[in-house]
Design a protein around this ligand. Sequence first.
Ligand code: HEM
Ligand SMILES: Nc1nc2c(c(=O)[nH]1)N[C@H]1C(S)=C(S)[C@@H](COP(=O)(O)O)O[C@H]1N2
Ligand SMILES: [Mo]
Length: 525
Amino acid sequence: MLGPAHDGGWWAAGLRRPEPAAFLGVPTSTSRTGALQHARLRRLGLRVAELPPMRDVDRFDDAQEVAALVPTSRFGGALRRVEVAVAGRAGSGDPTAPRSSGSVSSTASPSGSAGSAPARSGGSAGSVPARSGGSAGSGLPARQPVKPGNPLRPRSRLHDERTAAVLGVALGVCLTVCFFTGLFSHYAQNPPPWFRLPARPAGLYRATQSLHVATGIASIPLLIAKLWVVYPKLFAWPPLRDVAHLFERVSLVPLIGGSLFLVATGLSNVNIWRPWQFGFRPGHYWAAWITIGALVVHAGAKWATTRRVLRRGGAPPQPGELGVAPDGAMTRRGFLGTVLAASGLLTLFTVGQTVAPLRRLALLAPRRPNVGPQGFPVNRTARSVGLDHVDLAAYRLVVDGRVRRRLELTYDELRRLPQHEATLPIACVEGWSTVQRWRGVRVRDLLATAGAPAHAEATAVSLQRSPRLKTADVNRWHAHDRDTLLALDVNGEPLSADHGFPVRLVGPDRPGVLQTKWVGRLVVR
Ligand code: HEM
Ligand SMILES: Nc1nc2c(c(=O)[nH]1)N[C@H]1C(S)=C(S)[C@@H](COP(=O)(O)O)O[C@H]1N2
Ligand SMILES: [Mo]
């Protein structure tokens, strides 16, 4: 086994059996010592188990930083005694002298909680305890060349497996929820032969799509934090260990690229900034499959590590663990707390677009459920679809297709038919929604009057000029639901022009894009 040190050396090595060739000629005290040592062990045909990377102690300031992480440990105590002694001698001593003290361990956990130093003194495995830098074979004291303040060398203890694992699990949950809710949205709009969108529960699509956008937005801080925590690993040495490792690393390309793409396209879509307009859905859809495939590979590769580091978790917090460590750096708890809070707040400031009691907090949402003509939002105005004015005298609702009697109803005739009321949401694919009280003619009554077959389906056709969202399918379950209406009124008044005057389709559990406005025709199938 080999314990890599943060500075490129190693902090412990253990061998099951003595092996003189293991260390001979491997250069010590270089930033590649750890990698070269690793390669050597493997070349000898030895299986190398990696211990967690740790901060090693080469200089006095290293020791001080490590002691600050574990102030109550023996190491911390020993260092304090040394500091007192050094202060007592008022600068006459060599501050690095304590490295000869046998009681000062050369290692400490980067988090102060891992608490494992398996290579301490060889133990039953017959291993060689070592100082960092790989001098164990020669017995010479090693000194790592340490370049203080090198910004390219990550020294934050937050780049550790446990932080990565916690973020990974949170992100994995968000991406998985996003994938399935997104897939549901896709099938709701493009049903494959084996899928038919149910009409009940009436708020199902509203819930899944709100969840989609909420988890998508929650994943943004998680994704940024995760990338920051693991980026040093992207430059880890050796870049490729074996075929499994190759596979795992290659899967990072679609995983990282795909998630960034999804988040970027999703976010600009909900903010109605669509430089791509028609490409969004196919692009987002295929990126989702690619990303989730890569996520499955990645989760498989990291499963064991994640379980191990999360299990070990129960170590009691050190005095500096909550919030900020004594050295002023951020602890893991502080860091994860900040990231999760950012994620939660971002979501909270967005879900007001669909959860009415939170609407005052919807600072980041492009829409609020109660803002717009007649008290709710308009995405697409009549004018924007080429419908300046509907001439009521000429208006007819036509019901044709697979019917025994073709219907042609004026606005007044529609008004004289039995009216029905339903409280239903408009749940836009973009994640905002609004619940209103609708009143109009049941679609199933119209189908019955026209003599349509028992399990008939229909397509609603809008009077609008432009082709986008001009038609919407009404499947069998929706067509025969008692709440699927051709609405004439909303909240007791006739629909306004932008809400679909004279008639709009509205039904339970339909994505907003299927709640067609300005309906002029129902084609029965
Ligand atoms: C900030 C993050 C995200 C936002 C704001 C977002 C937003 C959206 C929106 C608005 C739609 C509806 C598009 C439409 O029907 O016109 C959608 C669909 C979809 N999303 Fe996302 N999304 C995000 C992240 C993700 C992620 C991470 C995944 C997958 C892991 C994903 C998978 C899907 C899928 C599969 C669809 C269906 C696409 C289709 O209808 O063909 N999304 N998303
Ligand atoms: N004819 C027609 N109906 C339509 C649309 C449209 O573009 N044309 N937009 C839909 C969308 S995307 C939504 S979310 C709902 C509510 O949108 P609104 O806010 O524009 O009324 O109406 C739907 N009905
Ligand atoms: Mo929409």
